[in-house]
Design a protein around this ligand. Structure first.
Ligand code: DC
Length: 226
């Protein structure tokens, strides 16, 4: 059992998990775990240390030794690796591809499991990821699986990257998302699937406000929010 209630927000890339999780954490004044950032930091730390992402044992060792810190700010959570702010460095497309590769390694997932579970502290935790409800917090009182069509997710990412001044092709983003989905869903360890007791919210035709409202209603019905 966790030491505090956990709301899991799982689902594929670009469905709006990050936005929903930030807003739920702010509304409840709970802690926030961005587990994708952990896998991104592992990939980044391996690149820095010259560790091959194919070397499962060496990558797991990097994951075990990781000196990572999440610091909340008004603009969201910043990610620090050994005292260096790596928030934007880990958010690149390459960072996502590296994260997906290290996330498929069982020893890496095992190395990060306890670290994630320890973040369930009072008053509660919003856990954003892929396997929060199935593996990390199986006893969580509310599990949301947030999804959206691949086309809608590619379009959102396209606008996000454009806003950051990066020039990208929409078609390329759609292909990348479809490939990453296939890899995340078909891997043998912690594949991306909804927990049996998860509630699915499809955000394809919803605004961020509507998604927050749907999630808040679920939290209220479980007595996690007043
Ligand atoms: O949510 P994100 O894009 O930052 O995640 C980066 C990668 O990490 C993505 O390929 C899925 C993987 N991931 C995972 O396997 N398990 C998690 N709990 C979170 C992310």
């Amino acid at each position: 059992m966790s030491a505090a209630p956990v709301i899991c927000v799982d689902g594929p890339s670009g469905a709006g998990k990050g936005t929903l999780s930030l807003r739920l954490a702010a509304a409840l004044d709970w802690h926030l775990l961005d587990s994708g950032a952990l896998y991104r930091v592992v990939g980044f730390a391996c690149r820095q240390a010259g560790v091959s992402l194919d070397n499962s044992d060496a990558v797991a060792e990097v994951a075990r030794a990781l000196d990572v810190d999440f610091r909340p700010t008004d603009a969201g959570v910043t990610v620090w690796l050994s005292g260096e702010d790596v928030t934007s460095a880990i958010r690149s497309e390459e960072g996502g591809a590296d994260a997906s590769q290290v996330a498929a390694l069982e020893p890496v997932r095992a190395a990060l499991l306890l670290r994630q579970q320890e973040l369930a502290r009072p008053p509660g935790l919003i856990a954003d990821g892929r396997d929060m409800g199935t593996v990390v917090f199986p006893e969580a009182p509310l599990k949301i699986f947030l999804t959206a069509s691949a086309e809608a997710r590619a379009e959102r990412r396209f606008h996000q990257l454009q806003g950051m001044g990066e020039s990208v092709s929409l078609a390329r983003l759609l292909t990348d998302i479809q490939q990453r989905d296939a890899r995340d869903q078909s891997r043998s360890v912690s594949p991306l699937v909804p927990a049996e007791d998860a509630i699915v919210i499809d955000s394809t035709a919803l605004t961020a406000d509507e998604v927050l409202q749907a999630a808040s209603e679920l939290a209220k019905s479980r007595k996690l929010m007043s």
